[in-house]
Design a protein around this ligand. Structure first.
Ligand code: G3H
Ligand code: 13P
Ligand code: ZN
Length: 315
């Protein structure tokens, strides 16, 4: 089925607006009914464009039919500007598969392959996607941290601005994920002094001024969630994310048009469940503690949309 039959849209218009009006579209990772409905509610309540990001492992967890059934059940309309995006697609085939079941945007992540392999595969999926009016994101450079359940890199390699220019020209990708110091997961920095390399971002922008840029690994890892998790039986030590001032700068002063957040939703979910269960030891009604998680995620998404990404009321 084509994505438009689900009321979804591709990312073209939202990114054009994001560049012109200086905001960023959040890509929140989802993996169940609660995360999907929290993200969509937040977008509706704030009138924000939003990207629902589905990783390969999340797609496997939900199954194609269950995911697309939930998306159909959300009764999305094209005027809402909601995109369904494959996050870190591992192969051209899996991107094609996502497009064929109704995704409106795909990422092919060949960032750890040779440049020529990355260019060829990206150009291939771009041809397939563009013939179906689907957006394509690709990645250059390497983020450190856990990229998915199976891969992790210990070292980051910043995106090279000259290579970015060649890559965009050769592939015609719609957007480019860049490495400027972010990383996946909850352990991004050892000290508050470690800052993102906005100088490299500036050089990349100068080479490809019309290409929407994407920031992966952008969770801020709010201390209140870590404290709540630890207070109610968890044990997460030395976690540190990207401070929201840097994210707000990226969203409003640069060509970063899409900012990816997964870990913060996981933390919000876990904090809410732990707190809810701890406060009611006799409770065994999952709708109560999972409902608390859904509400917490929705509120966090609203906060980020309004005060960090500045995408509220931008439809
Ligand atoms: O960037 C990747 C996401 O954090 C996805 O993680 O594969 O565990 O769903 P996941
Ligand atoms: P975080 O781990 O910082 O939330 O990054 C998510 C991400 O980049 C998903 O693609
Ligand atoms: Zn990512």
């Amino acid at each position: 089925m084509k994505y438009s039959e689900f009321g979804l849209c591709n990312t073209h218009e939202m990114f054009r607006n994001a560049i012109n009006k200086r905001f960023a579209v959040p890509a929140f990772n989802a993996y169940n009914m609660e995360t999907i409905s929290a993200i969509i509610s937040a977008a509706r309540l704030t009138k924000s464009p939003v990207i629902i990001a589905i990783s390969e492992s999340a797609l496997k967890y939900m199954g194609d039919d269950m995911l697309m059934g939930m998306i159909a059940g959300a009764k999305i309309t094209p005027t809402e500007q909601i995109a369904l995006h494959l996050d870190h697609g591992v192969s051209v085939e899996s991107c094609m598969h996502a497009i064929n079941i109704g995704f409106s945007s795909v990422m092919l992540d060949f960032s750890k392959r040779d440049l020529s392999e990355n260019i060829n595969a990206t150009a291939n999926i771009v041809r397939y996607a563009h013939a179906r009016d689907v957006s394509v994101e690709s990645e250059l450079g390497i983020l450190s941290g856990i990229e998915d359940e199976n891969t992790q890199s210990t070292e980051s390699v910043y995106t090279n601005p000259d290579i970015a220019q060649k890559f965009v020209t050769d592939t015609k990708t719609n957007s480019l994920a860049i490495a400027i110091g972010t990383s996946h997961g909850a352990y991004k920095r050892k000290s508050a002094n470690e800052k993102l390399r906005f100088d490299i971002l500036e050089q990349i922008q100068a080479k490809i001024p019309n290409t929407p840029l994407v920031l992966h690994g952008a969770s801020s890892v709010p201390a209140e969630y870590i404290d709540t998790i630890n207070k109610f039986g968890g044990d997460i030590q030395n976690a540190m994310g990207i401070d929201t001032e840097q994210l707000e700068f990226a969203a409003t002063k640069t060509n970063i048009c899409k900012i990816n957040i997964d870990s913060d939703l996981r933390l919000a979910f876990t904090a809410a469940v732990r707190k809810s269960l701890f406060g009611a030891p006799q409770n065994f009604n999952p709708r109560e503690y999972i409902g608390a998680a859904r509400d917490e995620i929705r509120n966090m998404c609203i906060f980020l949309m309004r005060t960090v990404f500045h995408c509220a009321n931008k439809i």
